[in-house]
Design a protein around this ligand. Sequence first.
Ligand code: FES
Length: 160
Amino acid sequence: MNKSVEAPELQTVSRLLPEFTEMPGGLLPLLHAVQDALGFIPASAVPLVAEAMNLSRAEVHGVITYYHFFRSKAPGKHVVQVCRAESCQACGGEQLLSEMEQALGCKLHETSADGLYSLEPVYCLGLCASSPAVQIDDKLYARMDSVQLKRVVAELGSHA
Ligand code: FES
């Protein structure tokens, strides 16, 4: 692994640790903070987090892999989250996912070859009355259909 790429990430993790080490149940908030700061939780951060939180590496790794929200790899430039929960499934979620995979050039849980998009599942975005719902980066989209999807993807691609 390239240490020059890894070092700034570990510095960020080290900087975040003190706020959480004394906090009861501080592991999850710490992992969220790391992902907020870096976009993912590098494997190289696991020993650092484990030592600081007085846990085993296996325990930390287990928590990261248990929650689908946590990423172990850097995401694409745009993170596209498609709702896979019940209401969105009942309103064409499968068809929408298939169209998204085609439009973005990657499958669920993958990043497109150009590094522009990561496609991830999410389980309810609080927009059930306006299903199907999608979140792209920080922006929510309700009643997403193929027309809106093509427009949004074209817009994102033009800012690449
Ligand atoms: S089920 Fe998709 S937003 Fe709630």
